[in-house]
Write a protein that binds this ligand. Structure first.
Ligand SMILES: C[S@@+](CC[C@H](N)C(=O)[O-])C[C@H]1O[C@@H](n2cnc3c(N)ncnc32)[C@H](O)[C@@H]1O
Length: 263
């Protein structure tokens, strides 16, 4: 059973292991949140930087990909995603003070064009543009956000969760990390499904009659009505986002009729 640990000095001090000074609370107990007197789904507990870096590495965040962190805290995940991994990052924070703190840090670091800080509730924001979703929530909150992620995220999107698993999903990787005073778990998931671009006609004829740049041509040559966007991305070393953008150009040019999505 997942236990939450806290002490009396701060309503937001939360640990996840036995501690001499900590009081133990069962998060599955409905009285838990009233006890904390906390209007939010999850309190602010920052992910240590080494764990943040490992989460982003395991998710294989690549330049230009869109990383969404559910609950910014002090913004450390989106800031590292933008600075060290070249991502376009966004985070959603419900607490005004933390939203403002993250916004200030982002401005001080000159990252406004690469990090979007949203003041709001992650249950209500559109996540469909994400390539990677990071979270440090609670198993019970993961369970509640699961249908939204399943509905909105595209096949192949990586979801990486610190310490709390997504009930019912099969992780690709579960890694234990040790940092200063406690151990951490990182769960990596991938949204299942396939997106298959369908060419308008016989590929040989299409290719003969068009003039495209090298990347568009590389992608077009791999489209056969069976290969998925993920396979094309692996073969070309382009991100899935980049492949999708090229395919949307090819649709505009009338070379691809549709993208079949099989979830
Ligand atoms: C455990 S902290 C993690 C912060 C950061 N992601 C990290 O890993 O360092 C969870 C954060 O989610 C925020 N939060 C809780 N419920 C939320 C909701 N419904 N919408 C947006 N943010 C929320 C909290 O205020 C807190 O900052």
């Amino acid at each position: 059973m997942v236990k939450f640990l806290m002490n009396d000095s701060s309503p937001y001090f939360v640990g996840f292991e036995e501690d001499d000074y900590a009081e133990e609370k069962d998060i599955n107990n409905p009285d838990f949140f009233p006890y904390l007197n906390m209007p939010y789904d999850v309190p602010f507990v920052p992910t240590p930087e080494v764990v943040v870096r490992r989460m982003l590495q395991l998710a294989n965040v690549r330049r230009g990909e869109h990383v969404y962190d559910l609950g910014c805290g002090d913004g450390r995940i989106v800031i590292m995603a933008a600075r060290e991994f070249g991502a376009q990052a966004a985070c959603i924070e419900i607490r005004k003070d933390l939203y403002e703190q993250t916004l200030r840090r982002v401005k001080d670091l000159g990252l406004e064009d690469r990090v979007r800080v949203i003041y709001g509730n992650f249950f209500e924001e559109d996540l469909s543009d994400a390539d990677v979703v990071t979270m440090y929530l609670l198993t019970s909150v993961n369970e509640r956000i699961k249908p939204k992620l399943e509905r909105e995220l595209k096949p192949g999107v990586r979801v990486v969760s610190h310490d709390f698993e997504m009930p019912g999903w099969k992780p690709l990787i579960v890694e234990d990390l040790y940092e200063e005073w406690r151990s951490h778990k990182v769960y990596l998931y991938k949204i299942p499904g396939l997106e298959i671009p369908i060419p308008v006609g016989e590929l040989k004829n299409i290719i003969k009659n068009v003039k495209l740049d090298e990347e568009h041509m590389k992608v077009l040559e791999l489209i056969d009505g069976n290969r998925s966007i993920e396979e094309i991305s692996n073969k070309t070393q382009l991100t899935m986002r980049a492949v999708r953008e090229i395919i949307s150009d090819l649709i505009k040019q009338g070379l691809i009729s549709e993208v079949k999505v099989i979830k």
